[in-house]
Write a new protein. Sequence first.
Length: 319
Amino acid sequence: MDKKIFLAYLVSAVFVIALFSFFDASKVIGTILTFDLFLFGLILFLYLLIFVSKAIIWKLIVDPFEKISLEKSFYSLNIGFFANLILPLRAGEFVRAYLLSKFTSLQKSVALSTVIVNRVIEVIFLLISFFIGLLALPTISAEITTLIYLISILFVFLILVFVFSQKIIFLAKKIRIERFIPKNFSHILKNLISGGAALRKKRSIFLIALHSIVNVLLHIAIYYVGAIGFGLDLDFTQLFFILSLSTLSALIPSSPGYLGTFQAAFVASFVSLGLDAQTGLAMSIVLHLGSFVSTITLGLYSAHKLGIEISKVFSQTKN
């Protein structure tokens, strides 16, 4: 097994073992079983809306290169997210890019660039959510504040690279930087930073921002429903804090599906807010289960609608 893959699984295993060494598994399961099935069905429906919202955003990013239908964007995205539950190291992003290149005339590197831009935008809006969520905390350590600022600066920088990619490419040609970079790599690099074409149009920026806000609010709705199911009275700043911290935990290398890291971040956010940690763990499992069920269902449904074998797509993407 590859060392990186082994480390990812090890991180998840450590978090899972650590969590259940602190909590009584039978009590956590008992708490989970009190959750209303109607509310769980509502969570699944909200996850469906989130996937539609994500597909719209990705379509807006891809359209400047080549128009694609919302249907193709939706199905490809679903399969990509499904792959992230099975393949390590977020390989589902490559699956999504591969499918886009199959449905369009885009080169794989350009297709991957649109996926990267999509993900960077998502992280930026999550960071905004985190800053809103910080209002729920009475005090914030200087170390956490500095770390968040550094992460924010990094992702804003990445967005600027995509926005001004044409000027960067022009400048690179001007100073003849290609002399120091292999020709094939230079071509791929040029394609990789070109994915932000949609971010150079005001209308596209507005629509991407609008749907990104809708996407965040749909996530907040899911967390709100989860809180209701466990009898928690959380305000919106608390919901934003829990959402952003638990979702940003996906940046930590872990097994497919972010098992362990998601739960640990959820518990950490509950402890930070002075809430019951055991209820936080139970809520994280219910929401994670909802995400798993919706992702697997939509992934398999999308593969059926496109008439493709997922195993073949995975192997072709790997090649």
